[in-house]
Design a protein around this ligand. Structure first.
Ligand code: HEM
Length: 352
């Protein structure tokens, strides 16, 4: 008679539960430390699966509308996992600094810094080397480890394969490039002029809003008005540089601005949901990092990390990372709906 599959068979539970170390050798606190880490790595594994599924869909030359909800579904699952992981640090914090010191030396130079799934995840999202603390090459340490051969060499191959793939941030920028702006599609005759006209009109309104704000604050007798005026002027220059880097209109950023500005248009409904989802995902990742560093500070203060970094100082610097930088930056330059340039060809956007 065929042996029926058990719960344990299906989940490979015997193998899984044999991977936490020997009960007799590890202290209760160290078992806790290992199990919490393993939990995180399992969640990372699922996040990678979900992000890859989202990427495959996004990579299609033309994105069928019905695939956008699928992409959103995969991304939302990642967000929930990061939110869940951000709370999981609380479990780690049941360890006191002294409890940790009791077995910390045994870690040697092992550190979360060597979490290759985390690096894979950053590469998949599109965190650029130039954005990283001290422009650190994320593969450098793994190249060194790969010399040991075996699984360490496999890890490097995985990371190199990931680095060679288009990242989500890059795919998103290409997708935004195709946004219809004032009814004009990229590649249409006269598209460049139409997009430029939209951007210039937008920037003119933006400037007026900044100037009006300075005038209002002057009337109200705000202190140090020169500094405030310089701040508004700087904001307007930054808006101009964002939309026209090196003086040339970025169609991708103009597309993003268009979606955010006319977000109630039926044709833009899914694009806007996708953008909101990505911002939410990155927010959850930043909060995950934030809670990690506070937990670390609570456990080890400001001492050097087992990986040799400055510890909390290094981790705090990573809180500045933004993969979807444009999605965040565009928020700074948004203006209220009734001040927006008039929408052209509303029928194109399903707004009869
Ligand atoms: C007692 C608990 C923990 C402490 C004290 C701690 C401390 C640190 C420190 C100091 C670093 C900086 C690198 C270094 O010099 O070592 C680091 C990095 C890191 N840790 Fe933790 N950690 C803890 C738990 C965890 C857990 C449970 C995870 C989950 C996988 C984790 C994931 C990471 C990751 C991914 C990095 C790399 C961050 C980056 O480079 O962006 N840590 N950790």
């Amino acid at each position: 008679m065929a042996r029926s599959k058990t719960y344990a068979d299906y989940l490979n539970l015997h193998e899984l539960l044999g991977l936490q170390g020997d009960d007799d050798e590890l202290s209760n606190d160290e078992q806790h430390f290992v199990i919490v880490h393993q939990n995180f790595e399992l969640w990372f594994r699922l996040v990678l699966i979900e992000l890859r599924a989202a990427r495959t869909l996004l990579l299609q030359t033309t994105l069928p509308e019905e695939d956008v909800p699928r992409i959103v579904h995969h991304l939302k699952r990642c967000t929930e996992i990061f939110r869940h992981m951000a709370n999981q640090w609380k479990i780690m914090e049941t360890l006191t600094p002294q409890d940790f010191l009791a077995f910390r030396d045994g870690l040697g130079t092992a550190s979360g810094f060597e979490s290759y799934q985390m690096r894979e995840l950053e590469l998949l999202l599109g965190l650029e080397t130039k954005q990283r603390v001290a422009g650190m090459d994320p593969l450098a340490h793994f190249r060194k480890l790969a010399k040991r051969g075996g699984p360490d060499a496999e890890v490097l191959k995985r990371l190199e394969a990931e680095a060679a793939m288009p990242a989500l941030g890059e795919i998103l920028a290409k997708w935004l490039l195709r946004t219809p702006i004032q009814g004009s599609l990229a590649g249409d005759a006269g598209d460049e002029e139409k997009v430029s006209e939209f951007v210039d009109e937008y920037l003119a309104v933006h400037k007026k809003i900044c100037d009006d704000a300075v005038a209002r604050m002057t009337r109200h007798g705000v202190d140090n008005i020169e500094a405030v005026a310089a701040r508004f002027s700087g904001s307007h220059s930054a808006a101009t540089d964002f939309l026209k880097p090196d003086g040339i209109v970025s169609r991708s950023r103009a597309g993003l601005l268009f979606i955010e500005s006319y977000r109630e248009l039926p044709l833009l409904a899914w694009p806007r949901i996708l953008i909101d989802t990505l911002v939410e995902l990155e927010e959850s990742l930043v909060l995950f990092r934030t809670h990690h560093v506070r937990m670390v500070e609570r456990l080890i203060g400001r001492r050097v990390g087992t990986g040799g970094s400055s510890g909390v100082d290094y981790l705090e610097a990573t809180l500045q990372y933004r993969v979807f930088g444009d999605l965040w930056a565009v928020r700074t330059i948004l203006i209220k709906s009734d001040a927006l340039p008039e929408l052209q060809q509303p029928e194109f956007y399903g707004f009869a």
